[in-house]
Design a protein around this ligand. Structure first.
Ligand SMILES: Nc1ncnc2c1ncn2[C@@H]1O[C@H](COP(=O)(O)OP(=O)(O)OP(=O)(O)O)[C@@H](O)[C@H]1O
Ligand SMILES: O=P(O)(O)OC[C@H]1O[C@H](OP(=O)(O)OP(=O)(O)O)[C@H](O)[C@@H]1O
Length: 317
């Protein structure tokens, strides 16, 4: 098969090839009925049931490919888009547009220093060594910090007219947390989710550079705009289905208002009369993370026969 020619007329959709976002992206594709078979060692897979080709790329490279319009659609972290945009700010024709927040891959890019030590604020790191995989955002962060420092007069200007950074920023590709213990860095800028990696390395967070989740992005002029809308709508349906459950219960009409305040639904609760005089049946979407408390509260106001159902898929407004 001539793979390159078979990419003609297909929407190109970039997906992280490994790492923290990979599995969740495969689940999203599956839930959106995007069917493909990926041959081992091949980073391109043709979708069987839609004119789309999936391109498996490192999450860090996806903003570049989408931003330059080589790839139409992509999933990556908001942190990666921000890192890319420091060096390639969006123009009218280049850059990416965020279409959807995918509600997974939640983490913060944070400034971290040893738990025990004299460094307690980001300003304490000015003039010291900082190690990170996010050199552009880190440089931008420390440049702002150095510029804002009271009484800062930095006449030391480099070739591109920018003040020379007093803080030294070094790149490492992974295991950033080891840098302080190994004496390579005084502080680091790295991602924190649960904080376990940070604490295990004897570090503490002292500031947030960027808050991140996985996002669906598109190029400024995608080749198949109608397909972009279709994919966004399918993915949005899957995300909503993962985020909500359907809760149904019976309640006496006088208690209905109190119950509806607990389960207002996404738009509004559906209310049907029961054959039994004075009783109604209610169904409403409830955020999965709120459902246990909602059931407690519904019981307290007199709801009964409370059932909770998983939503397989959805299309909601
Ligand atoms: N601990 C985490 N929790 C949630 N999301 C994370 C976490 N670490 C990274 N991410 C998100 O996933 C993106 C990709 O990071 P990850 O480190 O998995 O990529 P990678 O470098 O391609 O993979 P690997 O680390 O396996 O080489 C990050 O830019 C961030 O948006
Ligand atoms: O706060 P936590 O839940 O502990 O997660 C944070 C860790 O996750 C990411 O690394 P990953 O494990 O993906 O590997 P890496 O260090 O090689 O990038 C990130 O770089 C942190 O090291």
């Amino acid at each position: 098969m001539d793979l390159v020619n078979s990419l003609n007329d297909r929407l190109l959709f970039a997906v992280p090839k490994k790492g923290r976002l990979h599995e969740a992206c495969l689940d999203l594709l599956h839930g959106s009925d995007i069917q493909f078979h990926r041959h081992s060692r091949l980073d391109i897979a043709l979708v069987k049931n839609l004119p789309i080709a999936l391109v498996f790329l490192p999450a860090a490279d996806i903003p570049t490919f989408v931003g330059e319009g080589r790839v139409d659609l992509g999933i990556t972290g908001r942190d990666q888009v921000a890192e890319h945009e420091v060096v390639a700010p969006p123009t009218q024709t280049t850059g990416v547009e965020e279409i959807l927040d995918l509600d997974f891959g939640r983490c913060n890019l944070m400034v971290q220093v040893p738990q025990k030590g004299e460094l307690n604020t980001p300003e304490d790191l000015i003039g010291k060594n900082v190690v990170t995989s996010f050199t552009n955002l880190t440089e931008q962060y420390f440049r702002a910090l150095e510029n804002n420092r009271e009484g800062n007069v930095n006449s030391n200007v480099n070739g591109n007219g920018k003040a020379k950074l007093q803080t030294t920023i070094k790149y490492v590709g992974g295991s950033v947390e080891a840098a302080c213990a190994l004496g390579v860095a005084d502080g680091i800028v790295d991602l924190v989710e649960s904080g376990e990696t940070m604490r295990a390395a004897g570090l503490k967070a002292i500031s947030t550079v960027v808050e991140s989740t996985a996002i669906l992005i598109k190029s400024k002029s995608p080749s198949h705009p109608e397909l972009v809308d279709l994919i966004a709508s399918r993915i949005s349906g899957v995300i909503t289905a993962q985020k909500y459950v359907l809760c149904t219960y019976n309640i006496e009409r006088p208690k209905l208002e109190a119950a509806c305040n607990i389960t207002p639904g996404k738009r509004a609760p559906t209310i049907n009369s029961l054959e039994e005089e004075g009783w109604v049946a209610v169904s409403a979407m409830v955020e999965r993370k709120r459902i246990a408390v909602a059931m407690d509260d519904l019981t307290a106001v007199g709801a009964c026969d409370i059932l909770v159902m998983k939503i397989d898929n959805s299309r909601t407004g």
